[in-house]
Design a protein around this ligand. Structure first.
Ligand code: HEC
Length: 186
């Protein structure tokens, strides 16, 4: 599996070769992979506890609004704290800003084929870290599951109002949902 992904990464680096310096050394790879993993784990933790708090306070419907307004600003301020640019992307994105770019669409296929947790790429001379996001908790399905069975009516209505082009429903537990993306800025 590792070999396949490695071959895929080489292919990807090849694809963007005109903008990248070839070859990331193993030590360099390891350093940034560790950093990317630590940052995204922290951000995920903060996001999860905030969403859980919002659900407790006003139900799932209220939490949708929280995700709409607060998730981005929370992630932005954490990006500043870590001197990098943190975001999430998906092939079935809810927020139109979280769509995959061309390189990510190729990367997505690799992640979809195996259980690889993360990878590091050099894109436009910037080190970029990606990490898998699965619908690992039943709570995810309250906003990303089957609209007929998992998402309650008021929540669905709120989602459709805030995100008229929403693609992010229909997931089951432990499905591949998205990728954390960390662009290191210095
Ligand atoms: C209360 C509803 C709610 C819950 C629960 C929820 N999400 Fe979301 N999720 C949202 C909303 C709303 C957005 C769009 C946020 C934005 O505007 O950036 C979103 C966006 C995302 C994105 C970014 C890609 C996209 O579609 O725009 C990922 C990845 C994601 N959610 C994964 C998860 C996972 C994994 C869980 C469970 C741990 C989860 N979500 C739980 C409402 C929810």
């Amino acid at each position: 599996m590792k070999t396949i992904l490695f071959a895929g990464i080489l292919l990807l680096i090849g694809l963007v070769a005109c903008q990248t310096k070839p070859g990331i050394s193993p030590e360099f790879y390891h350093k940034f992979q560790k950093e990317g993993d630590a940052i995204t784990s922290q951000v995920q933790g903060v996001l999860l506890s905030n969403v859980a708090g919002a659900i407790q306070k006003g139900g799932t419907e209220h939490a949708v609004e929280f995700c709409n307004v607060k998730a981005t600003s929370l992630v932005d301020s954490l990006s500043q704290a870590f001197s990098c640019n943190i975001s999430r992307v998906s092939d079935k994105n809810r927020n139109p800003e979280n769509a995959l770019n061309k390189t990510e669409a190729e990367l997505w296929k690799l992640f979809a084929k195996n259980t690889q947790a993360d990878t590091l790429l050099e894109i436009n001379n910037k080190i970029t870290y990606y990490k898998r996001i699965n619908t690992a908790m039943p709570a995810c399905l309250k906003c990303h599951g089957d609209p007929a069975n998992d998402i309650n009516g008021a929540t669905l209505e709120k989602i459709q109002t805030l995100y008229p082009q929403d693609l992010a429903t229909g997931y089951k537990l432990n499905d591949f949902r998205g990728l954390w993306k960390v662009v290191f800025t210095d």
